[in-house]
Design a protein around this ligand. Structure first.
Ligand code: SF4
Length: 159
């Protein structure tokens, strides 16, 4: 699994300062894809060493690590999420922005604090669209709690 880029972001996960890691080799082919370069298998390896480097550099400034994509290797995303939690004694939360319509059965939602599902569909729009097909969940006690409305109301409350 590789990442093409990363950034510190504030909108993707409400109330968190998030290191968003953009994973390449996306298996989806959404019409109107916002990042077509992520459909190619290129970039730097995303593994425990890379995450250790990220945490050493940005760990004091962030509250969350978000895996953007990675649907070609869901079990690997889950493994790295568990690694981030372990390395930071759960201080840093984890999130997964998946393009899959449903959370993969091979993974556990409890391995993440936040999960977004759903491919990008132009006619429905993204999370901030009232017609969106995408869903944003907080994971509470191992259950998915739908908080998609946070993106549409521009509320500041989450979990
Ligand atoms: S999931 Fe994201 S990166 Fe992949 S094709 Fe769809 S819009 Fe593009």
């Amino acid at each position: 699994m590789k990442f093409a880029s990363y950034d510190i972001v504030f909108q993707e996960i409400p109330n968190e300062i998030t290191l968003a890691v953009n994973i390449s080799d996306c298996p989806h082919r959404c019409k109107g894809c916002h990042s077509p370069h992520l459909q190619e298998d290129k970039g730097m390896p995303l593994n425990e060493d890379a995450l250790r480097t990220f945490l050493a550099k940005y760990g004091a400034a962030i509250t969350c690590v978000c895996f953007m994509g990675g649907d070609a290797e869901p079990e690997e995303v889950e493994k790295l999420s568990i690694f981030v939690r372990g390395e930071t004694a759960n201080r840093i939360k984890t999130a997964w922005y998946s393009g899959k319509a449903e959370f993969p059965e091979s993974c556990s939602v409890a391995s993440f604090d936040y999960i977004k599902t759903g491919p990008y569909m132009m006619h429905f729009g993204g999370l901030d669209s009232p017609d969106t097909n995408q869903r944003f969940y907080c994971v509470e006690n191992g259950e998915l709690i739908d908080r998609t409305l946070l993106f549409q109301k521009k509320s500041t409350n989450c979990c």
